[in-house]
Design a protein around this ligand. Structure first.
Ligand SMILES: [Cu+2]
Length: 129
């Protein structure tokens, strides 16, 4: 008994060191969790025909941003695409995206899911209602 007690007491600083390591592991763990949270943002890419200049880009961007699920829109004039990022856990009908493009005066030519933040779509999990 006595031996055991002194043994435990002797490890006091060791235990403190261990808690510090545990805390570091926890912090590291949470740091890794952050990208996972944002990975729930769905990203769509829309091919758009008829855009010629920055005014076109502006009009398409403005129209897509009117959708309440849309967090961010990036239109690339050279490739004729709009990359639309939704808010966490939100989804949108591709027809709504196409309508938004049409409303701005341009022609949608296909919508694809490019995954979570542009990463591979196979990571997506359909969650039941
Ligand atoms: Cu233009």
């Amino acid at each position: 008994m006595v031996l055991l007690k002194t043994g435990v007491r002797g490890q006091g600083s060791g235990v403190r060191k261990l808690s510090a390591i545990m805390a570091l592991i926890l912090i590291a763990h949470f740091t890794f969790l952050i990208p996972e949270v944002t990975a729930e943002e769905k990203v769509y890419r829309i091919n758009i025909e008829g855009m010629h200049c920055n005014m076109c880009v502006y009009r398409v961007t403005k129209s897509l941003k009117k959708l309440k699920q849309v967090k961010d829109v990036e239109v690339d004039l050279d490739s004729g695409t709009a990359t639309v990022t939704l808010y966490d856990g939100e989804d949108v009908a591709t027809t709504d995206l196409e309508e938004a493009v049409e409303d701005s005066g341009y022609k949608p030519a296909g919508v694809e899911v490019v995954g979570a933040n542009g990463h591979s779509p196979d990571k997506e999990v359909e969650v039941g209602e």
